[in-house]
Design a protein around this ligand. Sequence first.
Ligand SMILES: [Zn+2]
Length: 198
Amino acid sequence: MRRIYNNVIIKNFNSSSANYIRTIQCAIEAVNYLFNIDIDSFLARYNKVLYIIKREISTHHISALTKENNMNSVYIYLYNNSFNGNNNFFKNANKNLFDSIVHEFGHVLDILSSFYLSCSLMQETNSYYINTEYFPCGTGDYNGTTKLGHMNHYEDFAESFTVCVCGAEYEDMQGVYVNSFRKKTTKKIIRDFKYGKY
Ligand SMILES: [Zn+2]
């Protein structure tokens, strides 16, 4: 275990993981810079410690997962696929790791807001559910979001959040599908969050 910020601890990264740790720090700084926030002080505000945990699992289907562990901590699990460019699907494994971490930070902030961030984006874009199926609304080939953003409003928010930071190249150009209204609205929602609206 190693503390890399006051409220951010990394786990299971050995001495040969220095470049992974740098990528995590770069992702944190990029999010802070783009949204003009400080993730570390957000965590402090909500009395949470974020654990970023490297984990080996055998499934090919998942690269990362964020969950609220208990009252005081949030976990980001980074699985094998996060580190190998999703089994070499993405040419630049380090860029893919960076993008994955930014996406998971979107979920972390959403958790801190008690899911107000993702709810607000759903409302402001007039997206909706019919039973359990999510229908994002917006312009473009994928209704203003990425393919993954169609899964539910949590993923819609995390994807828009990621594209604000990572741009069009995100996930082999999935970034182009997030429309400017969604990006603008995501920035506004984060700004409101920063000033304590939620
Ligand atoms: Zn996600």
